[in-house]
Design a protein around this ligand. Sequence first.
Ligand code: SAH
Length: 216
Amino acid sequence: MIDSYKHKGLRKQLVETIKKKGITDESVLLAIEKIPRHFFLDSTFQNHAYEDKAFPIGAGQTISQPYTVAFQTELLQIKKRDKVLEVGTGSGYQACVLLEMGAIVYTIERQKNLYMSTKSFLPTISYQPKMFFGDGYKGLPAFAPFDKIIVTAGAPDIPELLVEQLKPGGIMVIPVGTNGIQQMISITKTKTGEVIKREHGTFRFVPLLENKADDK
Ligand code: SAH
C-alpha cells in the first residue's frame, strides 16, 4: 500500500474540514494528519477515504466518520502514557489515533472475523495496540483500572462494569441511545469517586451488543 503526496494532501484538507467543524485539540489533528486512513478501507472505498464520512468495513460494521473519531478523542483529553480501553476495535483506526497520541491502548472486539483481520493488519503498518476478542460491554477487568475508556458503538445504557473500571480522575466517552441515534456522553470520575455526566449532542453508531462474542 502506498501513501502518496496526493493522499497526504487530501489528509491536510480533511484536517481543515474537521477544524472548521470545531475540533481544536492539536494532538488529535496531528494524529489524523499522520494516519493513512485509506489503508483501513476496502479497495471499493479507498478513493473516498478522506471524505468526512463513515464507511462499511465488513461484518455489517463501519469505520467511524473522522469528525466523530476526533470529537470522541478530544473529549478524552488524552495525555501521553494514558492507559486507554477502547470498546469496538473495528478497523483499528481509532486505536491508531490513540496510539499516535502516546496512549497505551487496550482494544476489544466481539466480531471474530474483524478481530482477526485487524489483528493481522495493524502490525503491518507498525501499530500495536493490545487486542482482545470478547464482549467489551463487560470491559477488561483483568487489566483495569483505565485512565480513559472510549466506546465506539451505540450503547443501550451506560455499562456499570465500565464505570467501575475507570480510575478516579478518569474520563469515559460513550454514545448512549437506541434506534440508531445516540447522545454522546462523557463521564468523569472525580478523585473521590463521584460520577459526573455531560451530554455533547447526537451521533449515529452501529449498536453495542451485549452478551455476545460472535465467532462466526
Ligand atoms: N472504532 C472502530 C469503529 C468500530 S464500529 C474503528 O475505528 O474502525 C463498532 C465496533 O464495535 C464494531 O466492530 C462492532 O463489532 C463492535 N462491538 C459491538 N458491540 C461490542 C461489544 N459488546 N464488545 C466489543 N465490540 C463490540
